[in-house]
Design a protein around this ligand. Structure first.
Ligand SMILES: Nc1nc2c(ncn2[C@@H]2O[C@H](COP(=O)(O)OP(=O)(O)OP(=O)(O)O)[C@@H](O)[C@H]2O)c(=O)[nH]1
Ligand SMILES: [Mg+2]
Ligand SMILES: [Zn+2]
Length: 351
């Protein structure tokens, strides 16, 4: 199989040329299972493991090969390849790793489109939708909203959901779909162009894998009935990249329960607990701790109870996470405002 059919292009080609040593070739990571990899190259599919040198150079989990990555491999035996390098990622989906540190876990990389699946029944949640949209946009991935199981709601209810989405300033494409009633499937198939990479995201039980099976025309992957409350049971246990019959590439993911992890606010709160206490004593509840009168944080700084450096890093992290936690619509607005600001600034320049 030509690697271009797997999504390889000149952008990756240039990086491969710069990064790969003689004897190494490129392959795409299809699955990751606790340190064991399945990669696909022009020679076909093979198991792979990390080269020792590469493994020891890893500083954070996000540097490890992830589903969708292009890697540099060397064939160690007829059945095993060794991974020497990960090519730079053009796009990615990640979430904050559990715990206090602000480290990230890659969900999938080098994606063209993220299909954010929410079921019309039980699962629909605007706030959660927003978190997914932010995650996709931050990673440079185009989001498409898939409203699944439309057979379980009335046309009016479905229209109401779409209205709620639009009412929140979300302009992303919305695809209503039902595998049971076979509706919306043609539109979904049209979206899946050959050589492009898609990812299915969303809570457990919304029907992601069922969708893949319908596209494959067979029950190749496991699915499981949801409980009476609509809660899924986590049927899919690992991420995998699937090559569809028409040549499109699709990553099925296990439903993620810990969606708050897509935000990073908890990181600030736990590592700057003392600042949170001080901030609660500021005169104004929306104090930015920079110039407001009656600011307890600055008072502590002036009294030498708080080090200047820590104060600066608190402000920096606060700014970052505030932006991170802004809603999708707010961010879009901010980007637009910023674009306008740049334009005006350019116009005002006299030289
Ligand atoms: N009514 C209805 N049920 C559906 C539809 N699509 C899928 N289901 C059912 O929803 C249940 C869960 O489907 P899965 O495909 O396993 O869900 P999933 O999103 O892959 O779940 P995880 O792998 O746990 O993340 C199954 O019982 C499916 O038969 C649909 O369009 N309508
Ligand atoms: Mg599944
Ligand atoms: Zn303050």
């Amino acid at each position: 199989m030509d690697i271009r059919a797997l999504g390889f292009d000149d952008w990756f080609g240039a990086h491969a040329e710069a990064l790969l040593r003689p004897g190494q070739s490129v392959a795409r990571v299809m699955t990751v299972d606790r340190g064991a990899f399945l990669v696909r190259s022009e020679q076909g599919e093979t198991s792979a493991e990390l080269a020792g040198r590469f493994r020891f150079g890893i500083e954070s989990a996000s540097e490890l090969p992830c589903v969708g990555d292009w890697v540099g491999i060397e064939q160690a035996s007829p059945t095993l390849a060794v991974i020497h390098a990960v090519l730079p990622r053009r796009t990615f989906l990640r979430r904050k790793a559990p715990g206090k540190t602000v480290d990230f876990q890659m969900i999938a990389t080098n994606l063209d489109v993220a299909c954010i699946v929410q079921s019309c029944h039980y699962d629909f949640n605007l706030h959660r939708l927003d978190r997914y949209l932010v995650a996709a946009t931050e990673g440079g991935v185009e989001p498409v909203i898939v409203l699944s199981k439309t057979d379980l709601v009335s046309p009016d209810e479905l229209a109401g959901l779409v209205e709620q989405i639009r009412g929140n300033g979300i302009a992303a494409r919305v695809l209503p779909i039902s595998t049971v009633a076979s509706s919306g499937m043609d539109e979904f198939r049209d979206l899946l162009q050959p050589g492009r990479t898609f990812c299915l995201l969303g809570s457990s039980g919304v029907g992601k894998t069922t969708l893949v099976n319908h596209l494959l025309g067979q029950n190749a992957l496991d699915t499981k009935a949801v409980s009476a409350t609509g809660e899924g049971v986590h049927t899919t246990s690992r991420r995998q990249l699937i090559v569809l019959g028409n040549g499109a590439l699709l990553v099925d993911t296990p439903g993620m329960r810990e969606l708050g992890l897509l935000g990073a606010t908890d990181g600030v709160e736990s590592s700057f607990a003392d600042f949170q206490d001080l901030a609660s004593q500021c005169r104004f509840p929306d104090c930015t701790h920079t110039r407001e009168p009656g600011c307890a944080v600055r008072a502590a700084l002036a009294a030498g109870e708080v080090a200047e450096e820590r104060y600066q890093s608190y402000l920096r992290l606060r700014k970052e996470t505030e932006f991170h936690d802004m809603s999708y619509a707010e961010k879009r607005k901010k980007d637009r405002d910023f674009g306008r600001f740049i334009k005006t600034a350019k116009k005002d320049r006299k030289y």
